[in-house]
Design a protein around this ligand. Sequence first.
Ligand code: C2O
Ligand code: CU
Length: 443
Amino acid sequence: YSVMGMGHAEFGGGPVDEVHDGHAAHGWDGPPRQPGDRDVDSLTGPGDRPADVAVELVAARDGDRYTLNGTTPGPELRVEQGDLVEVTLVNESVPDGVTLHWHGVDVPNAEDGVAGVTQDAVAVGGSHTYRFVAEDAGTYWYHSHQVSHSQVRGGLFGTLVVAPPAGEAADHDVVAAVHTYGDGPTVNGRRDGLRVDAAPGESVRLRLVNTDNEVKRAWLADGVAFRLLAVDGRDVHEPSLVTDAAVTLPAGARVDLGFEAPSVGTAARVELGGTTVVVAPPGAAVAPADVGDAPAEDVDLLHYGTPAPLGFDPAAADREFEYRIGRRFGLVDGRPGMYWTVNGSMFPDVPMFVVSDGDVVRMRIENSGADNHPMHLHGHHAVVLSRDGEPATGSPWIVDSLDVGRDETYEIAFVADNPGIWLDHCHDLPHATEGLVAHLAYT
Ligand code: C2O
Ligand code: CU
């Protein structure tokens, strides 16, 4: 079972004959069994249990736009923690084939939706069913992982909320996914921004999702205070009130903001990467445009919130890896050019990071490239230990999508507890096409 070479079907956007429709037609049973697979269930998802939520998503292409069930983006999926989720993806008319990756959800490997690694892309006329238990409450999104750099850009994505058990819900729990098309930014596909009607004093949980390739900033205008409740689907421990600072939202990342709806006559205006969310009393006339000046400061997650136990000891690492991002001249798909490198090599030639189930892993991500790189690790969440040698002092800062700026070095740690073969790549998706992809593989 080799990933090398197969993987090109995904990022290369190769010819249609790389899509093996035999598998699509007969269903895909997960990676072949190997002697090392002690627990096959953990690789292939729950067996006979009936689904709590079953959804069909029909993918279609219309010029350079993509739709799911006829809309761009696709439907917002809401499930409850613990639900067995079953999503059947049908490819109606996407010529390059399509998959669904559950970005930020630590699903079993066979459900990860990476064409060329965990499944073949679903060809036109085919379908594929994903099954996973939504173990962790939080804000996520899903998107195609076949020719992702153009399919995600073209709208082949949607949002997924895993709601915590009842009783903890805010009065208004709203997802706002920002996405930029050629003609400008949208929120939830709307060009005119998003309006939330909320009576003064009601609680609002705003789940921001960045589906673009570039980092966004989000802030509340008019001095409305908020708390940064969660990052990448993981709660911040004892988040403090923020006023007059912005939150940065790397490509692929999510942040949940909590605040009280302001009183009559005023509104909470959330500026989100060039589009606006307005929270105002029902009937109040509020122009979305005026969000004031951007705050000078960003919330620094290295020091935000209060420390809490991690559940593992990053100092007792079983494996230590370097993920050095660079750039050099080379060939990708036979085309010469300047490409991104991981430890000096380009996808698919980057040696795998090999772990065993249960390992505590430390990884040093060093970016000496000429750009920022939002690094996304599939199947796992990692805790940030330090940035440029400065240790984290706040709440455990847990990520699946971490922006590593130019000349920055991060140290992260995670427990390898989800066997399979996982991508660890840049979510500025053209960069992934241009070499910035590595794999984490379990022995
Ligand atoms: Cu959101 Cu490998 O992707
Ligand atoms: Cu990058």
